[in-house]
Design a binder for this molecule. Sequence first.
Ligand code: XMP
Length: 495
Amino acid sequence: MLHFSVALFSLSLLSFFTSIDSTPRITLGFSYNDVLLTPKHSSANSRSDADTSTKLSKRIYLSTPIVSANMDTVTESRMAIAMAQCGGIGIIHRFNSIEEQVGQVEKVKRFRSAVIASPITISPEATVCQARQLMREKNITGLLVTDSNKKLLGIFTSRDMRFLPDSETPIKALMTKREDIATGNKDISIAKAKELLMKHRVEKLPLVDENDCIIGLITSKDIYHRAEYPHASTDSQDRLLVGAAIGVKEDSIDRAKALVSAGADVLVIDIAHGDSDLEVNTLKQIKSLFPDVDVIAGNVCTPEGTQRLIEAGADAIKVGVGPGSICTTRIVSGSGYPQLSAVINCTHVADAYGIPVIADGGIQTSGDITKAIAAGASTVMLGSLLAGTDESPGTPFLKNGKKFKVIRGMASFGTNLKRADTTKKEAYVPEGVEAIIPYKGSMAETVHQLIGGLYSGMSYCGVSTLSELRGNGDFVQITAAGMRESRAHDVQEMA
Ligand code: XMP
């Protein structure tokens, strides 16, 4: 009898589960460290001939497949400038006020340009003290002195006041006067401008119209940057490219409007669980407001999430749930997907729409960059590999005689201190940690090493362009012994 009733109960339980189709599913997923790329024949003569150009989003191309993460210990204007100079792009984080984020974007956009269309001007009656403050505020070394109609009267530079204390002296007494200033007109070529700057041994060449009114400015610094960084990521006016992150709540639309008018080239809608109505609705709203601005959406880790965001208008997809160095999402929530498999699965769908994928998080070595691209990503987003460099926000500090900087997850407690009210039931639950990371010196050196490793990886894969590598990885799964064999072993490393 008992047997019968248990059997009956089990049967009804089984049919209940069957009817709601809740059988758990399980698949195998791989992380970068689980695999290697099988070497193939290479016919390239030199690794440095490799072409690493790629697509960031539907309309934006980069010569280096690296994007610096929108984290407050990774990307502000200094990192974004350095990233764009080396052919990648930086995404300014959103953990600040709209004004602060806009200011960061403006600093990048002002850093270099073929012609500065609206140079900063000052009245001849202004004092040395006022000029010094304006230069400091705008982060520039010289001001064009004009009347109220923008007619050129002189130039006042930091050299003119180098040994003067803050003073009430009007700058007209110290400036270089109009008759001693070389100028160009609206049709001047960069080559001619360079010639004039050299001939007159000056740093700035104002451009004037037929009434001697200011219409632009060419600086020797801009010409130098153009020559020094030929692969820099630039817009049509030769200004550096920069992206900026927004969220999905409260101020996101106002933030997006302010960032676009400040010149942001690409927006990133960045939330931890991008496969959500909140993200889809924000994305649709942003795309209808700014159809000409590329929008990167994420983060997702499944083909379904990728498809939903692309159909809502995404111009690139950011893939990665929980692989980051400072992430605890997988531990806290139990959710996520091993990053290599996530990139392979999401790219499979994104490719069908011609939309690039950014592999975000979990990149520990240059070899991982090669693996991410061979898995299908077009670019990689880096956090910890770039934190700790001179260009990341924050100051290095000493600990046990060694220099470190701070890195923190954007969902860590420290970052969200304002939101965290531990007296409330719904107190903030962090999904990231705050940590220290060894100080690494210049970002350019780090990127040089990463790109050198990528060149090498491309050579082992028998390709000379990133588009040949992308999605064409021939991966082999390795064991724990294979992993051990891959690293330096049976020796004691010197450093
Ligand atoms: P890496 O490994 O390059 O990863 O340092 C950077 C990426 O990590 C993500 N990120 C977080 N993920 N909790 C998370 O689960 C966090 O607090 C957090 N902060 C950053 C983000 O995608 C970043 O680009």
